[in-house]
Design a protein around this ligand. Sequence first.
Ligand SMILES: Nc1ncnc2c1ncn2[C@@H]1O[C@H](COP(=O)(O)OP(=O)(O)O)[C@@H](O)[C@H]1O
Ligand SMILES: O=P(O)(O)OC[C@H]1O[C@](O)(COP(=O)(O)O)[C@@H](O)[C@@H]1O
Length: 303
Amino acid sequence: MIYTVTLNPSVDYIVEVEELTLGGLNRMKRDMKLPGGKGINVSRVLKQLGVENTATGFLGGFTGGYIDTWLGQEGISGDFVPIADDTRINIKLKAGQETEINGAGPVITETETASLLHKLDALKPGDIVILSGSTPPSLGGDFYSRLITVCKQKGAEFVIDTTGQALQDALSQGPLLVKPNHHELAELFGVQISTREEIITYGRKLLEGGAKHVLVSMAGEGALFISGQEVYHASAPKGQVRNSVGAGDSMIAGFVGTLSLTGNVLEAFRAGVASGSATAFSDDLADRALIEELRPLIAISQL
Ligand SMILES: Nc1ncnc2c1ncn2[C@@H]1O[C@H](COP(=O)(O)OP(=O)(O)O)[C@@H](O)[C@H]1O
Ligand SMILES: O=P(O)(O)OC[C@H]1O[C@](O)(COP(=O)(O)O)[C@@H](O)[C@@H]1O
């Protein structure tokens, strides 16, 4: 079974204005409220790909209810810990460019924390746990380490998609996959990255640090896949970008879902890029039809 863990879900409030006037009254051209948070996005795209999975994490208040109802309508199996505080709302402002304002997240009590850890008792060898996104401050900076310890005790593989120290700490525990984008990769090592060679150099350091596979996504420039001694590049298909929020999460879903179905890492890479691009070309996350349409257009070359 694949599990996704979203410690900090969100209602993504996507607001489009023709032109933003700071300090003035702006009228929305369009708005959308979508369930968000990285693991939840992964679960929704896995479902599109026909990969059964369970989404867990914390949900609370009217925002948590909105997400729970949405997932239920899509037939996604959710097993969230109910919390007293409200799940956050993240603002995605589209005014020519995309600007994001993400909330810090709700307060999680000790009892709520214990309930989540208790749910992980059900993990079994062969399960894959996808740990994605930020951690609400009240959980403390080492909470992912605690979850990873449980995964390892149970013999489950884990994937981690987060940033900074939490990602650094997770590497030596042998994640199945890490997927920074090229900006996150540079930030992680405190360097400027401007060439593909530099991305490969720092991507390899993630492998040396303990990751089994590394994907570095580069938005419209596609992605690099680094595994063992091998490095591959996949081009991204061209298309009209509608909403790239969740493109990275979709890529993780495409990769992990296809790897679990086929065991073929290059097919997984292809599906990852197709899923990321299908999301970038959609208002909401990718649907299966568009992923299948894009899949044969992804050209993979070994570097
Ligand atoms: N403008 C785009 N055109 C085509 N594909 C895109 C575009 N933006 C994102 N993608 C696809 O989604 C993947 C992940 O996007 P990226 O923006 O790098 O991740 P993140 O959302 O984590 O920042 C890319 O590797 C690519 O396949
Ligand atoms: O937990 P964080 O890092 O604040 O990120 C949460 C945000 O990331 C998203 O999951 C999108 O992530 P990506 O664009 O990186 O795939 C949004 O749905 C959500 O608002």
